[in-house]
Write a protein that binds this ligand. Structure first.
Ligand SMILES: Cc1cc2nc3c(=O)[nH]c(=O)nc-3n(C[C@H](O)[C@H](O)[C@H](O)COP(=O)(O)OP(=O)(O)OC[C@H]3O[C@@H](n4cnc5c(N)ncnc54)[C@H](O)[C@@H]3O)c2cc1C
Length: 458
């Protein structure tokens, strides 16, 4: 397969001599490994891949790209690669080697280099009795997740991950490394907190941690035939719970993989997953009404924060997933019925996971001095996905996801959330209008040539 833009071999060799990391162009042994995204359905074929080994490498690669007419696409894991535009004229700047993390228990903060995964931060933080605002999977990258906002298991209690960022280091499109925080580069600091990676290549983030040594968390499994009953009960229940509980109502078809326990393998369930920031006794009282429904399996227990990554059963290895989601202003009975009608027991849907997350709480309260996405003006987030072994399967799953979103259209919020938007969507569709306008001005002033490729472009 040809690329639209090729770089002269002498120039590539000169770049190789200047970086500690690795450089690949099409045809090189290693190019195929280096260009791969976690999302295996994405076939990205950049003009060049640089695996940076330091912030200095990032800066060198950015300067090189600019002087050779390439755009720059920063990427850590590729979990969020699905909405990216084609990269034939771009340098894919992989940060996956930059996984340094420092935890400071005294200031309750962490510093994570751009390629750190959430597990790199969550595990050492937990060893000191502290929790991160990670999402459902600890294999997701800290940077992409946080730049997009970040809604995790502690979200209703502590808000968006972006609001807990205290500083960002960024290589700008001219190759300069800058530090942005509450006192310096206020526009850049604002833009990285929920505005995606539009203004430069982030090389490190610093963030607050929270004193949460343990949570009461687990999953209740019901046969999928009870999906309507369970989702209706769950959506009533969430209106009565404190902000310390974040929960998800879900339909899930468990794959027939050998690693899956016999009890679950190949079966479909209606699930309620929840995490309570507090003690076991109070947590059990709060969950009691759901328990009275008589789940087939109940995994609730007191667990350290990193164990929350077990709740949602996200794949730990790269997968050929296709999915998409949307924010919902409400999840009334008619919305739950529509969801069950399209994806419940009596359907031939290829979607293996359809989840509705309860938002509100701290997510709804705008953070004073917050960034591009200071809060979420919606009460629920829906995401549906399937695994596609063939392009035909991918097309069917995409169509079924679209149909599900369409069925919930009466409750769509006025803008979507970057981390849910796995089909191409401009930043304009993902931010409040005044935020988008400010982001546009910042982009125009710091990246007038649109050198930085972002998952959701400005
Ligand atoms: C299994 C799974 C579970 C998930 N769970 C949640 C969840 O619970 N909550 C939630 O909010 N989201 C969740 N997400 C969505 C996830 O947060 C986004 O896909 C996010 O973009 C992933 O970040 P990443 O760095 O791993 O991905 P990448 O694909 O590496 O990055 C995504 C985008 O972020 C930007 N970016 C990444 N690194 C940089 C950088 N160094 N500088 C500038 N820009 C950069 C780029 O625009 C890039 O295209 C989940 C996704 C998956 C696949």
């Amino acid at each position: 397969m040809s690329t639209a833009h090729s770089v002269a071999p002498e120039a590539t060799d000169a770049l190789r001599a200047r970086v500690d990391g690795q450089v690949f162009v099409p045809g090189d042994l290693g190019y195929d490994r280096a260009r791969h995204a976690w999302m295996l359905t994405v076939d990205q074929r950049p003009a060049m891949v640089v695996e940076a080994a330091s912030a200095a490498d990032v800066s060198t690669a950015v300067r090189f790209a600019r002087s050779h007419g390439l755009r720059i696409a920063p990427q850590g894991t590729g979990h969020g690669a699905a909405p990216l535009e084609p990269l034939e004229s771009a340098l894919l700047l992989r940060t996956s080697r930059l996984r340094g993390v420092r935890i400071d228990p005294d200031t309750r903060t962490a510093r994570a280099d751009a390629g750190a995964l959430w597990q790199d931060v969550a595990v050492p933080a937990s060893d000191r009795g502290l929790a991160t605002l990670a999402g459902t999977s600890l294999d997701v990258g800290v940077t992409g997740y946080t730049l997009g906002g970040g809604i995790g298991w502690l979200a209703r209690c502590y808000g968006l991950a972006a609001n807990s960022v205290t500083a960002a280091e960024i290589v700008m499109p001219d190759g300069q490394l800058v530090r942005a925080d509450h006192e310096h580069e206020p526009d850049l600091f604002w833009a990285v907190r929920g505005g995606g990676g539009n203004v430069g290549v982030v090389t490190a983030l610093e963030m607050l941690l929270y004193p949460v040594p343990e949570l009461y968390a687990g999953v209740l499994y019901f046969p999928v035939q009870r999906a309507a009953e369970v989702l209706h009960f769950w959506r009533e229940w969430v209106t009565s719970v404190p902000d310390e509980i974040t929960s998800i109502g879900r339909i899930m078809r468990i794959p027939t993989l050998p690693a899956v326990p016999d009890q679950l393998r190949g079966r479909a369930f209606a699930l309620v997953e929840a995490a309570y920031v507090g003690d076991e006794g109070t947590g059990a009282e709060l969950i009691a009404p759901l328990r009275k429904l008589g789940p087939e399996i109940d995994t609730f227990a007191s667990v350290p924060a990193p164990a929350l990554s077990q709740l949602h059963m996200d794949p730990t290895e790269p997968v050929p997933a296709v999915g998409d989601g949307t924010l919902l202003t409400d999840f009334p009975a008619a919305a739950a019925d529509a969801l069950v009608r399209l994806t419940g027991a009596d359907t031939d849907t290829m979607l293996i996971s359809i989840e509705v997350r309860h938002l509100d709480g701290a997510l709804r309260r705008p953070e004073s001095g917050g960034g591009a996405l200071p809060s979420i003006d919606a009460s629920y987030a829906m995401y549906g996905s399937g695994l596609a072994a063939t392009p035909e399967a991918a097309a069917t799953i995409a169509e079924q996801t679209r149909a599900l979103k369409d069925a919930l259209a009466p409750w769509h919020a006025s803008y979507n959330f970057a981390n849910l938007a796995d089909t191409p969507a401009p930043a304009q569709a993902l931010l409040p209008p005044d935020s988008y306008q400010r982001l546009q001005r910042i982009k125009a002033s710091h990246d007038p040539d649109n050198a930085i490729v972002s998952a959701h472009p400005v």
